[in-house]
Design a protein around this ligand. Structure first.
Ligand code: ATR
Length: 281
């Protein structure tokens, strides 16, 4: 239902046509019978400042920000919440009652909620170190979430080691340890969790190359890639008996705080929603 009083939000990206967020928020708006709309906003690089600045004038409650604007939004909003400050990027913007813009980052929240929802009973993040592959924006969000969840250690490995060093330096937590990409098979020793945040295994990309033989069978394996849903890494982990969690739920759960802020309802992540978001896009 969209009337003249509809609450407005959307997603700014370039290109934005691949974003599944309109499908996702549209499903919830319909499910909860909310008078609102969530639209794709194709904002070219260089126009993000104008676009964000226009939100209050247009009466928008806020928006999501996706590639390539997350770091620009971080610099442009009037204030940042703690998660955005620590992750160094903004994926959710809320227009406050005085018309100013608050930048938040819900990617780490989405990652952790998805992991908790999908992990087998008895799996405990505190039972061993986590291994995080990659050092991009997603790895930052994952590392922050794992530190907050109480991971006893995080082994960070990235093809370009300097980026991993920078991430560890920024987060300044002595539980973070940077290891060489070449040593990734050995880094799995005793791990409770393996997370792939690299683009390897994504549709059109080669599979992630990693020997899993040292990984304990009690370890949980997750991939933030969700296209395909079961990446070669997840398949290999499942084949040897590790529990796996796919990446789709991170997308679904990261959307919840924004939906709540703009439309006033904390929405549920269900199997029907998973099928809806996977389906036509
Ligand atoms: P995002 O911000 O979405 O996480 P990104 O900044 O492009 O995306 O990061 C992509 C990650 O995939 C990086 O960790 C990248 O490693 P580099 O920092 O060395 O570029 C990793 N990656 C991309 N291609 C890779 C490859 N062929 N082998 C290993 N890692 C790769």
């Amino acid at each position: 239902m969209v009337t003249g009083k509809a609450l407005l939000a959307g997603v700014m990206g370039w290109p934005v046509g691949h974003s599944r967020s309109p499908l996702l928020h549209g499903y919830w708006l319909n499910q909860y019978g909310i008078d609102g709309a969530y639209v794709p906003l194709a904002v070219p690089p260089g126009r993000i400042e104008q676009a964000l600045g226009a939100l209050p004038a247009l009466g928008f409650r806020g928006c999501n920000v996706t590639v390539p604007h997350k770091e620009a939004a971080f610099r442009l909003v009037d204030r940042l919440d703690e998660s955005a400050r620590r992750i160094g990027a903004v994926n959710t913007v809320v227009v406050l009652p005085d018309g100013s813009l608050e930048g938040r980052n819900t990617d780490g929240y989405g990652f952790w909620q998805n992991l908790q929802a999908g992990a087998p009973v008895g799996w405990d993040v505190c039972s061993g170190p986590a291994v995080v592959l990659g050092a991009g924006g997603a790895a930052r969000a994952v590392a922050v979430a794992l530190l907050d969840a109480g991971a006893p250690g995080i082994r960070l490995l990235n093809r370009t080691r300097a980026r991993a060093e920078e991430l560890a330096g920024d987060l300044a937590d002595d539980r973070l340890q940077v290891l060489d990409w070449e040593d990734r098979a050995g880094a799995l020793q005793g791990a409770a969790l393996l997370v792939n945040t690299t683009t390897q295994g994504m549709q059109g990309q080669p599979p992630l190359q990693i020997d899993l033989s040292i990984l304990p069978l009690s370890a949980l394996v997750t991939d933030i890639v969700y296209s395909p849903l079961i990446t070669p890494l997840l398949q290999a982990a499942a084949d040897r008996g590790n529990a796996i969690v796919d990446g789709l739920g991170m997308l679904l759960h990261q959307a919840r705080p924004g939906f709540h802020a703009w439309f006033g309802t904390d929405p549920q992540v269900t199997d029907a929603l998973r099928r809806h978001v996977l389906g036509p896009a």
